[in-house]
Design a protein around this ligand. Structure first.
Ligand SMILES: CC(C)(COP(=O)(O)OP(=O)(O)OC[C@H]1O[C@@H](n2cnc3c(N)ncnc32)[C@H](O)[C@@H]1OP(=O)(O)O)[C@@H](O)C(=O)NCCC(=O)NCCS
Length: 333
């Protein structure tokens, strides 16, 4: 049975559990170089590490979908929160690589969790997806329409990569991360900040779609890497400052910066501008690559499970990606 929404809105929402899952197949940069060589393309561990910080990524096996990765991540988050599927009254899955056109991956996940009856929907904001989804869940909890939300980022980006384009296919990976977000009298999420600028649609996109039983256009990822790089560096800084100002906090209050894991150079530049020492920056891009909407919850879970992020720590999450979209969430863990 699903719990009823509380009669009175809660002041805050708070993360009570985290979880994540990576598909077992790990490809090092050397594996990618060998794969590309078969297509007559050249890359190297040296090039990829120097430009991006990526050393490896995980790819899902054929037939493994976003919901297959989301399920163990969600189960781990529920277990960490001491909750069961029965307690969940809202499921949001941030994904750009859903199992099917419809129904949503969130509905598929709901059924597989046995959490039937609660609200469930997907949210599409590409690599900012998790930060967007967390903001929506926080708003719904504070409005009193939910009290125990499962917020998931799950991606199988390997399905939309063009393995004949070495400038993009070495950057991305598959995975899922999840949090349980619950109504709380104590913070919790302190402030959120979301933005989009649709005039940049073309710099990072998968332009294809399905129509009349066929794929219309190109269903593989296209990116102007340098344009994305420049925009990302600027907006991550402005979003961080805006969310801190909203919460009445400063850079000095931040214990952990967990930005979208796309490129170590972008992440380090963000930390430097905020005057945060490198040890406050959580880095998983080296082992995960860019897992789009899954990257922030994957990194958060890794930091929690390794004992770095502790209860009471102040954590700054940041997302940036296609749209162009960006945003930040400041929270006391
Ligand atoms: C993609 C990115 C790593 C490319 O790095 P860059 O320094 O801008 O590199 P360039 O695109 O200028 O390419 C430099 C050279 O490397 C080559 N190159 C590109 N990909 C390569 C690869 N995988 N292996 C080897 N060489 C490669 C290019 O062909 C180019 O060669 P040329 O000078 O002979 O023409 C970088 O632009 C980036 O990280 N952008 C942000 C991407 C991102 O974060 N996206 C996700 C946001 S959500």
């Amino acid at each position: 049975m699903n719990p009823q929404a509380p009669a009175m809105p809660s002041r805050y929402s708070r993360i009570t559990g985290t979880g994540s899952h990576l598909p077992p197949r790990r490809l090092s940069n050397a594996d990618m170089a060998a794969m590309l060589a078969e297509r007559g393309l050249e890359t190297s561990d040296e090039w990829i590490v120097e430009r991006t910080g990526i050393r490896a990524r995980h790819f899902a096996a054929e037939g493994v979908n976003a919901s297959d990765l989301a399920l163990p991540a969600a189960q781990a988050a529920l277990q960490a929160a001491g909750r069961t599927a029965d307690d969940v009254d809202l499921i949001i899955v941030a994904t750009s690589t859903p199992d099917m056109v419809f129904p949503s991956t969130a509905c598929i996940l709901q059924n597989r969790l046995g959490a039937n009856g609660c609200a469930a929907f997907d949210l599409q904001a590409v690599c900012s997806g998790f930060v967007y989804a967390l903001t929506v869940a926080d708003s719904m909890i504070r409005a009193g329409t939910a009290k125990c939300a499962l917020v998931v980022g799950a991606e199988v980006f390997s399905r939309i990569l063009d393995f004949n384009d070495r400038t993009t296919c070495v950057l991305f990976g598959d995975g899922a991360g999840a949090v349980v977000l619950e109504a709380s009298e104590e913070p919790g999420i302190l402030a959120t900040e979301l933005h989009a600028d649709g005039k940049h649609v073309g710099i990072l996109c998968v332009p294809g779609t399905v129509s009349g039983g066929s794929v219309l256009g190109d269903p593989l990822l296209k990116m102007d890497g340098q344009a994305v790089f420049k925009l990302a560096v600027g907006v991550l800084d402005s979003a961080a400052r805006a969310v801190l100002a909203k919460a009445g906090r400063t850079e000095a209050d931040v214990d952990w910066l967990i930005p979208h894991q796309a490129n170590i150079r972008i992440m380090q530049s963000t930390a430097k501008k905020l005057k945060l020492p490198p040890e406050k920056l959580v880095v998983t891009v080296d082992e995960h690559g860019n897992t789009s909407a899954a990257s922030v919850p994957l990194a958060l879970d890794a930091a929690v499970r390794s004992g770095r992020v502790q209860r009471g720590d102040t954590v700054l999450l940041e997302g940036v990606g296609g749209g162009f979209t960006w945003g930040a969430v400041l929270l006391d863990f």
